[in-house]
Design a protein around this ligand. Sequence first.
Ligand SMILES: [Zn+2]
Length: 168
Amino acid sequence: MKIVEKTVVSLKYKLSNHKTGEQIEVTDETNPLVFLYGVGMLIPEFEQNLHGKATDETFSFAIQAANAYGEVDAQNVATIPTNIFHDENGVFDAAMFQVGAMIPMSDNEGNHLSGKILSITDENVQMDFNHPLAGTDLHFEGSILEVRAATQEELDHGHVHGAHGHQH
Ligand SMILES: [Zn+2]
């Protein structure tokens, strides 16, 4: 079976920085990426590059940052008063708040997002809310492990069930 809309795809891949070759993430047979193809779950260009491939076929392609996690946006760097991080006793948890740490936050609409601490002073914490892979050209290589038809229930739910899928 080939990868088309409404198939469930299992694959393994190595993701690296296309410019530097630095490895970012690896999935293998024991922890494959399993997803319902064609419902917009993944980066569109990632899915497009896999279209028509069958089990055991390999792939190797690059995706520019603008088509992946976007470019780095200076507007996503925020300066936040240090005192909002104080606990109920007015104490700043210096062990948690260190330059480079990723801190879970929520915005005014209650959306959860993580910010990376760029700098800390007595008054302010500067945090970068850009996606960690913003500005990075991605390179994927790997192979297709399995392609099967999605069940009607999976199509109704919009996600994969079973091994490596949704358990519910
Ligand atoms: Zn479900």
